[in-house]
Write a protein that binds this ligand. Structure first.
Ligand code: HEM
Length: 371
């Protein structure tokens, strides 16, 4: 669920997802997540034993699994899907007042999912069914719409919770930090050249505008540089000149030349500042200030709290929804290549989230829980 805002002051990319949380909290682990999720490099087959082996080292992934293997894990189509900015960003007023913020998109036509059986039929009949649905809805004037909500937190409250608010494996409880409506997005037009407007798109969580800034979320910090890095490789160093990526507002910088430069410039001044060139800097915008003391170190965060939110979410579901979750877990934990040890770790994790969930898994898999 990615959204780009072409604003008067530049582009803001909200490069999000349809889950509000992510598997890991430290970006250094991202290549391993991707390797584990991708097909086996030997067989080119995606295999759950590899995924569950790797993630058995990551109890912080549990809450994300509570979206992946819940009913919302198979959205009916894009129109009926929620979206989340996932990370904590920062809102900064002109006077420098700072609030932590999370972004949420809610579809006005409601959230709808496919059952596992329906998904086989719908996806089997047309593997592009969701794209077709979106296209057809827009073509017929039934424009998909999302409301945009934010949750905000005073940074002074950062330490008041039993979890770390900048930990991307956690949600912010909506009863304490309510959703506030701030806008709406209507898709009233489709692109007319897929390659130009989709293949060559380069979304980047590093693209923010005055008033919106990053937070110290460790995963976000890695994403800030990773996207531009890959895009320079994927599309070439001048990818920001492509119409789909260039800001719509007046802008001027001295980044030019390199492969595939297609911007003709006949200026003699390509440095700043210069008495020969009247170009001015954009108006200064405040960014969050924070002083730190202490030793910079690489360590596990203090409030890991990996099991409470997954347990709360599981308990919030009706019994039939819980059953479907259990069934999906029994299915993947039954993979013959999973060892007894790995199966035991997962049962122990889910038991710590919710005792009855762990017991159900253990009894259906015929394993004795180890806690
Ligand atoms: C440290 C963790 C992460 C790293 C290093 C990372 C890195 C990347 C990179 C390099 C790409 C390819 C971009 C391109 O070729 O244009 C990508 C794509 C993407 N990532 Fe991440 N990612 C991370 C976590 C996440 C998370 C948490 C989300 C969701 C909130 C996410 C959502 C996406 C999306 C939606 C795309 C497709 C972007 C596009 O097509 O332009 N990623 N990621």
């Amino acid at each position: 669920m990615l959204r780009r805002f072409f604003l008067e002051c530049g582009n803001f990319d909200l490069v999000g997802n349809n889950t509000p949380v992510f598997f890991i909290r430290d970006g250094i682990q991202f290549p391993d997540v991707v390797h584990a999720l991708k097909p086996n490099p030997k067989t080119n087959i995606q295999e759950y034993w590899r995924i569950l082996d790797y993630m058995s080292h990551l109890p912080e992934s549990l809450l994300t699994w509570c979206w992946m293997f819940d009913d919302v894990g198979i959205p009916q189509d894009y129109r009926h899907m929620e979206g989340f900015g996932v990370h904590t960003y920062t809102l900064v007023s002109k006077s420098g007042k700072v609030l932590f913020v999370k972004f949420h998109w809610k579809p006005t036509c409601g959230i709808k999912n496919l059952t596992d059986e329906e998904a086989k039929v719908v996806g089997g009949a047309n593997h592009s069914h969701a794209t077709k649905d979106l296209h057809d809805a827009i073509a017929s004037g039934n424009y998909p719409e999302w409301k945009l909500f934010i949750q905000t937190m005073d940074p002074a409250d950062e330490d008041k919770f039993d979890f770390d608010p900048l930990d991307v494996t956690k949600i912010w409880p909506e009863d304490i930090l309510p959703l506030q409506p701030v806008g709406r997005l209507v898709l009233n037009r489709t692109i007319d050249n897929f390659f130009n407007e989709t293949e060559q798109l380069a979304f980047n969580p590093g693209l923010v505008v005055p008033g919106i800034y990053y937070s110290d979320d460790k995963l976000l910090q890695c994403r800030i540089f990773a996207y531009g890095d890959t895009q320079r490789h994927r599309l070439g160093p001048n990818y920001l000149q492509l119409p789909v990526n260039a800001p719509k507002c007046a802008h001027h910088n001295n980044h030019h030349e390199g492969f595939m430069n297609f911007m003709h410039r006949d200026e003699e001044i390509n440095y700043y500042p210069s008495k020969f060139d009247p170009v001015r800097c954009a108006e200064k915008a405040p960014i969050p200030n924070k002083s730190y003391t202490g030793i910079r170190t690489k360590c596990i965060i203090k409030k890991e709290n990996n099991f409470k939110q997954p347990g709360d979410r599981y308990r919030s579901w009706a019994p039939d929804r819980q059953d479907r979750f259990v069934k999906r877990w029994v299915e993947i934990l039954s993979e013959p290549r999973l060892t007894h040890e790995i199966r035991g770790i997962w049962i122990s994790y889910w038991s710590q989230a919710d005792r009855s969930l762990g017991q159900k898994l253990a009894s259906r898999l015929n394993v004795r829980p180890s806690i």
